[in-house]
Design a protein around this ligand. Structure first.
Ligand SMILES: Cc1ncc(COP(=O)(O)O)c(C=O)c1O
Length: 413
């Protein structure tokens, strides 16, 4: 896939950095520009109050409406609202019959839950290294990770940049594998004219507090498959045949049956009340974040020590994160020391992500050690995410830019 013309930002040395220093637990910092602030307005407040006064708090008419509107937004036939993206991923794996003895391929540059849910169904997460430019799962390395036990691939659209879905789908189809997209960062993303959410067996979204839109906590599963949608719906609410709205709603009580032991993963109407209005604002939020991303891009263009993510053509990036790698070989500071300096200046930051396979559970259980996935490890030791949310101001952006530039320039070797 072609890339935007940019200077070559591919890391030259791909090494796992020894940990130099760490972030002090008790820092003297006072955050002036937070890493994130949710954008909630009077519309969300009024809808929540309306829900509280309606007498119907759990899954009901607002959740149904939210599902319908989300399906329309993503171009999916079905949308099933749940209480997190983690729940969406877990339910997808169960609904597709993935369990003990199976293997599921995913990326090490992701949040804990992408890998954890594979463990939850008793399957084995198999990691594949990422592309150096986007930090998305590298399709060129996919085929060599597939075994007779492989049942599914979970690509993650890191920071909202869509994965190379054509390449992933081609390999998945050739090997009869399911694709479950982790679109926690990618609600607004478009891949070659197709909205993320309309492509794979299931796509899982997050409405966590820091996401592109929020319901506090929450998630959504989209699918084009009628039967799968029904199974996902049943599994997400105890595995029972009717939801609460059908059991206690205006139509009166109906008996229900346990079809299989499912989960308590349903979204409730107070969450959906927020989601309905967030969804209406999402393209506006996206445009505002895009503007800040371009401001950062311009301001950091001359800093060779700051390795930015590339954006390809023929896609829309959701701009969920402004995640950059600091070339710590050219600086006198480690990533954690840079975090400390930025926080001391009042800049709120995040880290997305330290490579999952090197976390204690995965290291101990599967014997992973540094050097296994060099591109992910290089990134995982150097990534910092800067503040990015719609209501940032010019002054706040300038404050962050000044802080980052000062720290880089003052720590040049
Ligand atoms: C890539 C990715 N996948 C999954 C999740 C889990 O989302 P949730 O908190 O809605 O379960 C997150 C949350 O941060 C994420 O970043």
């Amino acid at each position: 896939m072609p890339v935007e013309a940019e200077t070559d930002s591919t890391p030259k040395t791909i090494l796992s950095e020894p940990r130099r220093g760490s972030i002090p637990s008790e820092s003297k910092t006072k955050i002036i520009v937070p890493f994130h602030r949710p954008c909630l307005g009077p519309e969300e407040e009024a809808e929540v109050i309306d829900t509280l006064r309606s007498g119907w708090l759990t899954t009901g008419p607002k959740t149904k409406r939210f599902e319908k509107e989300f399906a329309a937004y993503t171009g999916a036939k079905h949308a099933i609202a749940v209480n997190s993206c983690t729940a969406a991923l877990h339910t997808s794996l169960v609904a597709l019959g993935i369990g003990p003895g199976d293997e599921v391929i995913t990326t090490p540059i992701t949040f804990a839950s992408t890998a954890n849910v594979i463990e939850h169904v008793g399957a084995k997460p198999v990691f594949v290294d990422v592309e150096p430019d986007t930090l998305n799962l590298n399709p060129a390395l996919l085929e060599q990770a597939i075994t007779t036990k492989t049942k599914a691939i979970i690509p993650v659209h890191f920071a909202g940049h869509p994965c190379d879905m054509d390449a992933i789908q081609t390999i998945a189809t050739a090997h009869g594998l399911h694709v479950i997209e982790d679109a926690a960062h990618a609600i607004e993303s478009v891949y070659q004219g197709k909205k993320i959410g309309s492509i794979s067996r299931t796509t899982c979204f997050s409405f966590y507090a820091t996401k592109n839109m929020t319901t506090g906590e929450g998630g959504m599963i989209t699918t084009q498959d009628n039967e799968l949608a029904e199974r996902l719906r049943v599994l997400s609410l105890h595995g029972i045949s009717t939801d609460a709205w059908k059991r206690y709603g205006p139509q009166g009580y109906k008996h229900w049956d346990i079809l299989e032991p499912g989960f308590k993963y349903n979204m409730f109407d107070i969450q959906a009340a927020i989601g309905l209005h967030q969804l209406r604002k999402i393209d506006n939020f996206h445009a505002l974040r895009q503007r800040w991303v371009h401001r950062y891009d311009e301001a950091f263009a001359d800093l060779a020590e700051l390795i930015r993510l590339r954006r390809r053509t023929n896609i829309t990036c959701a701009f969920h994160l402004y995640a950059v790698r600091f070339d710590t070989e050219s600086l006198s500071l480690s990533r954690d020391q840079i975090i400390q300096k930025l926080q001391e200046r009042g800049i709120g930051i995040g880290v997305h992500f330290r490579a999952v396979h090197l976390h204690p559970f995965y290291r101990i259980k599967y014997g992973y050690c540094p050097g296994t996935f060099p591109v992910a490890e290089y990134a995982g030791d150097r990534l910092i995410s800067l503040p990015l949310f719609p209501t940032l101001t010019e002054e706040q952006i300038d404050f962050v830019i000044r802080g980052v530039r000062d720290v880089v320039i003052q720590s040049r070797r």
